[in-house]
Design a protein around this ligand. Sequence first.
Ligand code: DQA
Length: 148
Amino acid sequence: MKALVINGPNLNMLGIREPGIYGSDNYDRLVQICQEAGAAQGFDEVEVFQSNHEGSIVDKIQEAYGKVDGIVINPAAYTHTSVAILDALKAVALPAVEVHLSDVSAREPFRQISYAGMACVKTYMGLGFEGYRQAILYLKQYLEEANA
Ligand code: DQA
């Protein structure tokens, strides 16, 4: 079974970027946590992808069709703006779990809408890197139930 973790803009700046909100661990550590969580859940592969470009994220979701069993996605700022990412998730119809490091529900009004979340089976927010681990665990359980 293969999972794809997609991270949107500025998440490559973790550790430098607003540490009071996003923590002091860097992006490499996040990649490591995702791969460890994937291995612990018995995924054969967890690919972790990051892009600052909306179209590259849409391309990556499209490429996942037929090759990946499920997606974990933190679209970052595109969460709140991108109908294109929502449509791509709906197009491939793969189970997707949304993650946000911060508790977006307690932040600015413009962060209160999640387009991508409308195509996701579950959302984790406010748990920092742990949210990714939980999302990978949930995805594994979801896939097992779907394939039972
Ligand atoms: C974020 C929350 C978004 O509102 C923000 O634009 C991000 C990161 C999070 O992980 O908390 O870049 O998705």
